[in-house]
Design a binder for this molecule. Structure first.
Ligand SMILES: [Mg+2]
Length: 328
């Protein structure tokens, strides 16, 4: 097999993607990692926001910020507008930075986003998930009755622990927990679960938050260098790569059957021929053929090969900004 072509000549790895093993973590200080991770969250949220609620494969490949027409009550949102994911992550990040880990403070921050638009890109909340709304409404009622935070949290767990409340509303905002508590992965996972339970106490979201936080903490442990030390002199080949990350995800001891099914190699796949890190390219080929995430990426990429032109031309974008009628 050609080591420069880890897909082994197959069509599994999309041509546009570099091999995962050749995508190492970038070393940086923790403060840079934290700032850039939050910035990247808002960036990809704003990039993907306009195609939210659209079925995979039914829209053109998104490569730039475009207007968001999903929330018509609030008009067309300008290109680059981040959504609830980033707003709630910012609320959580600021709460942790100011008060440490405190669920009562986190709920209050989310409430202020919902009621007053704090941390919204447009100064008001324009999109809130059903479970998050139910939780914040309950929080407001209980707080109005003078209930202490532990009693409110218990009430939220009682009301929202059923599987039908297992949405992704806590996962989309949990990033700051891993960024703040990465030095101790087990402790970070406990905080991730508790963070989810403020609005999403069902088993699927709590475990997913634990897993995602463990991933973030693992990346931070392999990426962070002390302040002022600059780039660490680690050889590129020894760096933690996206392939290592996929290996971590694939071998995680999931409790939830759905997570296990979607994030590990199925038992029907042939056993991996690799044992250790000696041949990472072989390992990558195996994953491109058998791991559900990479198979989904392959499938999506092949659908995109037939993609249409982007929704918005430069002229349409100009018309949006200037308020002109588009004659096209
Ligand atoms: Mg959103």
């Amino acid at each position: 097999m050609n080591p420069n072509d880890p897909a082994g000549g197959s069509t599994f790895r999309p041509d546009a993607l570099a091999p995962l093993v050749d995508q190492p973590v970038v070393h940086s200080t923790s403060s840079d990692k934290i700032r850039l991770s939050i910035l990247a969250t808002a960036l990809v949220d704003a990039l993907g926001g306009p195609v939210e609620f659209h079925k995979r494969g039914t829209f053109p490949f998104t490569t730039s910020f475009i207007p968001n027409t999903n929330f018509s009550r609030y008009g067309v949102l300008a290109p680059g507008t981040w959504t609830d994911d980033s707003s709630m992550a910012l609320c959580l990040a600021r709460s942790i930075a100011r008060y440490g880990f405190d669920e009562g403070r986190q709920l209050e921050a989310y409430w202020k986003w919902f009621a007053e638009g704090e941390m919204s890109a447009i100064g008001k909340c324009f999109d809130i998930g059903g479970t998050t709304f139910t939780a914040l409404d309950l929080y407001d009622q209980e707080k109005g009755r003078g209930q202490p935070t532990p009693a409110i949290l218990q009430h939220l767990r009682d009301a929202l622990s059923a599987p039908r409340n297992g949405g992704n509303g806590s996962l989309m905002r949990v990033l700051p927990v891993g960024l703040a508590y990465w030095r101790d992965v087990e402790n970070a996972k406990v905080y991730a679960k508790r963070s989810s339970e403020t609005t999403h106490p069902a088993p699927l979201p709590t475990e997913t938050c634990e897993v995602w936080t463990a991933i973030i903490a693992t990346i931070m442990q392999n990426a962070v260098v002390p302040e002022g030390s600059g780039e660490a002199p680690t050889a590129s080949a020894q760096r933690y790569s996206k392939l290592d990350l996929l290996d971590f995800i694939s071998k995680y001891p999931y409790n939830n059957e759905d997570l296990h099914k979607h994030l590990t190699v199925p038992v029907s796949a042939p056993p991996p021929q690799f044992i250790h890190d000696a041949d990472k390219y072989t390992q990558e080929v195996y994953y491109w053929h058998h791991h559900p995430i990479l198979r989904l990426i392959s499938k999506t990429a092949s659908q995109q090969s037939n993609r249409q032109k982007p929704h918005y031309t430069a002229r349409q974008r100009f018309a949006f900004y200037s308020g002109m009628e588009d004659s096209e």
